[in-house]
Design a protein around this ligand. Sequence first.
Ligand SMILES: Nc1ncnc2c1ncn2[C@@H]1O[C@H](COP(=O)(O)OP(=O)(O)OP(=O)(O)O)[C@@H](O)[C@H]1O
Ligand SMILES: [Mg+2]
Length: 329
Amino acid sequence: MKPISSGSPLLQVRHLSVGIRKGRTYLPGVDDIGFQVQAGEIVGILGESGCGKTLTALSILGLLPPGIQVIRGSIRFDGLDLRSLSERELCGIRGQDLSMVFQEPMSSLNPLLTIGRQIAEPLRLHGRRNKRLIEGEVLDIMHKLGLPEPVKLAAAYPHQLSGGMQQRVMLALAMVCKPKLLIADEATTALDMSTQAQILHLLQGINRDLGTSILCISHDLGVISRLCDRLLVMYAGKLLEEGTVEAVFADPRHEYTKGLIGSIPHKEWKGKPLLGIPGKVPSIEEKPPGCPFAPRCSKARVQCTLRFPDPRHLSADHRVCCIGETEYV
Ligand SMILES: Nc1ncnc2c1ncn2[C@@H]1O[C@H](COP(=O)(O)OP(=O)(O)OP(=O)(O)O)[C@@H](O)[C@H]1O
Ligand SMILES: [Mg+2]
C-alpha cells in the first residue's frame, strides 16, 4: 500500500512486509503496508493485539529479533534509506534522531544504575564528553518532562520510583538527544487512567515545544483519538484505513473501524448495547486470502475473500482498503 503523499515526509514506509520464520517459510507478520509521518506530526497506529504494530516499529528501528525479518519494502527516514544502512550507521541514528519508548519501563531500565546515569547514557553513546554539559542536558530534559526535584531524582534508582515516574524517566531517556521522531509503543498501557492522561499530556508537550514527530502505537482508540493528528488502522498485518482522526471518527468506512468505534462506551448510548465485533482475529498461520477481516465482516462479498482491495481515496486525507459499496473492478 503506497502512503498518502504530501511534501517530503520525515518517515516514509513503502510496501513493508515482515516475515516470521516458520520452518522453511516466512509467515506474514506485517503484509505490504505503507504510511508516512510528516515533520511535527503525531500519527497513531491502532490495532488489536498481534496485528503487527510492534513488528512495524522494530522494523523502522532495525531491531527485529532473530527469526523475524523485513522481506520487502523501503523505510526512508530523514532522507536516509534505513534498510541500506549498516548496524553501525543505524546505531548512530537510534537514540539520536530516532528513539522509542516501550510499555514496560521496568524491563527497559537498568535496576543497578541511577536515573541520572541512565538518562545521560544516550548522550555519551552519541559522543558527548563534557561532564558538566551532559549533566546540564540531563537536568534540563528532566525538568521539561516534569520530573520533580531533578537533582535528587537523578541520584535515585528505578525501584524507588512509581510506574508513572518510571515512564517519565523512559521518556527523558528517549528525548535527551532531542530526536526528530519518537516511537511510543503502548507507552501508556500499563498505567492507571490519571497517570496515562499525564503521560499523554507530556507527549503533546514534547510535540508542541520540541517539534518532535511521534508515532504512537496503541490498541486503545481513546489514546489515539486524544493524542494523534492522523491514524492508521491495522488488522492482521494489513493497513485497512488511514486518515485524520476527525475524518475517520466522523465517517469510518471500513467495517472493522466502524466496529472499533462502535465498541467505545458513550454517554449518549446509555442503556443500549455496545456494537462490538463478533469473532476473533485470525492467527498468523490461518490468515485467509483477500481481506483478513472478511470472515468477521457482515458486509463481506465473495470478492473480498479473493484479493485484498487497493486503497480507495475518499478525500485528500482519508482512504480505505475496502470495496465497500463500489463495484468490484
Ligand atoms: N519474537 C516473535 N516470535 C514469533 N512470533 C512473533 C514474535 N513477535 C511477534 N510475533 C508474531 O507476530 C505477529 C505480530 O506481532 P506484534 O508484536 O507486532 O503485534 P502487536 O500488534 O504489537 O500486538 P500487541 O498489541 O499485543 O503488542 C503476532 O502474530 C505475533 O504472535
Ligand atoms: Mg506490540
